[in-house]
Design a protein around this ligand. Structure first.
Ligand code: DX5
Ligand code: ZN
Length: 221
């Protein structure tokens, strides 16, 4: 049996009270914080950067922060996020000129490293670097926005990725991101995922009458 992790994407949180939102979702049982970095260049949207990651650490967040870089270029931000308190840093292989070097920069900084695959990005990027990975993130939507529908072809890709992880003999987390909801979680887990990003399905369900605001929604997950 795998240990599953729920990774709420703060992209759908209320940014005007971000510290409180993160405290609430962790108190309700979330495992890690998914932190979406968009640069209006690699993806057509603009979000948050290292200063916000650092602010969450200063606020007292001690859970792992899972930084998903949707930026180009990649390398310059890696050091900034290491200094800002990131725990895991993932990037899209086609967004860097030197995949192996970018992975090594993350590992040298003491963070866990991962590659992210868009719906149409081939898994062959894994061929020569799987020994440097702690996480593989499969996008189940095209990156850039919260609230899109889960692409069902991701399920076959999850199965194939799970086989590659097993063949590698390494402990690599398999994360899925985009359109994950309580009602498709079981089939996604069955296809091989162990780490579940969910943005709108969690943060749009805030309930002031729950002890920690997200207890009832996370109970469904
Ligand atoms: C999309 C981001 C996701 C996004 C998911 O580019 O990487 O993490 O926040 O949002 P939902 O769960 O609403 O699809
Ligand atoms: Zn993400």
């Amino acid at each position: 049996t795998r240990d599953f992790m729920i990774a709420p994407s703060i992209l759908s949180a209320d940014f005007a009270r971000l510290g409180e939102e993160v405290d609430d979702v962790l108190a309700s049982g979330a495992d890690i914080v998914h932190f979406d970095v968009m640069d209006n260049h690699y993806v057509p949207n603009l979000t948050i950067g290292p200063m916000v990651c650092e602010a969450l650490r200063k606020h007292g967040v001690s859970a792992p922060i899972d930084v998903h870089l949707m930026v180009r270029p990649v390398d310059r931000l890696i050091g900034d996020f290491i200094d800002a308190g990131a725990s895991i840093i993932t990037f899209h292989p086609e967004a860097t000129d030197h995949i192996d070097r970018s992975l090594q920069l993350i590992r040298d900084g003491g963070c866990q490293a991962g590659l992210v695959f868009n719906p149409a990005t081939p898994l062959s990027y894994l061929d020569y670097v799987i020994d440097k990975l702690d996480m593989i993130l499969l996008m189940s939507v095209n990156p850039g926005f919260a609230g899109q529908a889960f692409l069902p072809r991701t399920l076959d890709k999850l199965r194939e990725t799970r086989q590659r992880i097993a063949a590698s003999g390494r402990m690599i987390r398999l994360e899925v991101d985009g359109g994950v909801k309580a009602d498709n979680l079981a089939e996604i887990a069955h296809a091989g995922a162990d780490t579940f990003v969910a943005g709108s399905a969690i943060f749009k369900q805030r309930r002031e009458d729950d002890p920690h605001r997200y207890d009832s929604v996370l109970r469904d997950f």
